[in-house]
Design a protein around this ligand. Structure first.
Ligand code: EPZ
Length: 419
């Protein structure tokens, strides 16, 4: 098992490159199953979730070569349509393979992904949408059996909630189809557009309309392509949260601030000075952050739920009281009891966190409850007085490429130790 040991209190300075987006790379890797050819995916983050996706691709019959951040996937031969439970359980978001396996083979058998650290994570919107499009879906003792009698003929699907995963699964299930599929109230996250760009580079015809409409005009076959994954907006916001609370002067390279424009004003309200130019963002902070009254997580382009935990950690040392409402997931405050162990004064009332900023956090031994909660504890440890030990960092490694290396590069005293 590995822990992170952080000696807090240092200002951060210097430059780091932002990794490719985990939540874009995963659906794009799933999309390679649709392709009778070879694809090269650049800027793929080196994460345990990516390794889990590679295992699934190889199980399905794909040949995958990984050279650090470039993956080459040869999916000419797909030899099966089932994903075993062990592989499904390694990564909950494996459900995104449902659409591409079904689209390529006509069948898909996999276990229903369980709930996870942050909530129940139902997939009713995925399944009801596929049924609307003519897919036969059976759920039997936790196993999903999906079958299409013939090539899907397209149709109209209206999502009651702009689910990212459901939007992706519909896009993947309909890319190889005989008709035109319209998704109404689709997710509008940048990762959806990146998936559409990948599919279009492979010969598909996906249009991202305005106001959350996605139109997929299916094709008979898709060919390989070369694609570079967009920058990870949540990793960017995580590093920005650390500067906001620890202070410093940091430049994020290879980022894309247009993908998190709605969040920049929050950091400016905290007192950060931000200058962004195309793929570089410079953030400076020379004083204690100020509180922010009203943050509500929303579907894109609103405040992203994945940034909630790191920003909560930064606001824990703000001057004044901040109020944050988590509207997307029902159990996404598990980092708060750990922050309280470090001296944070936060009250939870249902989906509302009331953060009464304190002038100092203190190092403690804390447990990473989930991916973004773990990142929040790193942010807190960096600004805390004394030593913080973060345990269960396997959660963090799912979504951040060697987080201790990035922060060490910015002058932090943070080490990974094997226990
Ligand atoms: C994606 O999860 C991301 N994961 C999440 O990032 C992110 O938090 C989330 O989108 C929202 O932006 C990946 O892309 C791999 P949803 P997903 O379907 O697709 C409800 C991280 O930390 N819902 O948009 O699972 C659901 O319960 C992860 O990187 C249904 O009710 O998110 C939730 O309340 C965490 N029925 C809300 O919608 C469904 O069928 C948002 O879920 C599907 C979803």
């Amino acid at each position: 098992m590995e822990n992170l040991v952080i000696c807090g209190g240092r200002r951060l300075s210097g430059e780091i490159d932002i990794q490719g987006a985990k939540n874009s790379a995963l659906p794009i890797l799933a999309a390679t199953v649709l392709i009778k050819g070879e694809s090269v995916i650049h800027n793929c983050p080196d994460l345990s979730d990516i390794d889990a996706a590679i295992k699934i691709l190889r199980h399905l019959g794909c040949k995958v070569k990984k050279e650090k951040n470039t993956l080459t996937v040869d999916s000419r031969e797909i030899s099966c349509y089932n994903i075993p439970d062990a592989l499904m359980r390694e990564m909950r978001s494996s459900i995104v393979f449902l659409g591409s396996v079904l689209g390529r083979t006509g069948m898909a058998v996999m276990s229903s992904p369980g709930g996870c650290d942050i909530g129940l994570r139902p997939i009713d919107l995925h399944l009801s949408s596929l049924r609307t499009l003519g897919v036969r879906v059976e759920e039997c003792h936790g196993t999903l059996i999906c079958k299409r009698e013939k090539q899907l003929a397209g149709g109209v699907v209206s999502l009651s909630f702009p689910s990212v995963g459901a939007t992706e699964n519909i896009m993947l299930a309909c890319a190889l189809s005989r008709g035109r599929t319209v998704i109404l109230n689709a997710a509008r996250e940048p990762e959806i557009k990146d998936l559409a760009d990948f599919l279009n580079s492979c010969g598909c015809n996906v249009e991202i309309g305005s106001h959350g409409t996605v139109v997929i005009s299916g094709v008979k076959e898709l060919h390989g392509c070369e694609h570079s994954v967009i920058p990870d907006r949540i990793a960017s916001l995580t590093f920005m949260s650390a500067v906001a609370s620890s202070g410093g002067d940091v430049t994020l390279n290879k980022t894309d601030s247009s993908s998190f424009m709605s969040v920049i004003p929050i950091f400016e309200q905290m007192g950060c000075e931000i200058a962004n130019r195309s793929n570089r963002l410079r953030i400076r902070m020379n004083k204690r952050p100020k509180s922010v009254m009203d943050i509500r997580t929303m579907p894109y382009p609103g405040f992203p739920t994945d940034a909630q935990a790191p920003v909560t950690a930064a606001l824990s040392v703000a001057q004044g009281t901040s109020v944050l409402v988590e509207n997307i997931f029902e159990n996404r405050f598990k980092h708060i009891p750990e922050l309280q162990r470090m001296g944070a004064r936060i009250k939870i009332e249902g989906k509302v966190a009331i953060i009464d900023g304190t002038d100092r956090l203190y190092g403690a031994r804390v447990f990473s409850p989930d991916l973004r909660g773990g990142a929040a504890l790193v942010v807190a440890g960096l600004c805390a007085q004394g030593e913080t030990v973060v345990e269960q960092i396997c959660h963090i490694d799912r979504g951040y490429e060697c987080i201790e290396k990035s922060f060490s590069q910015l002058g932090a005293d943070i080490k990974r130790i094997i226990v």
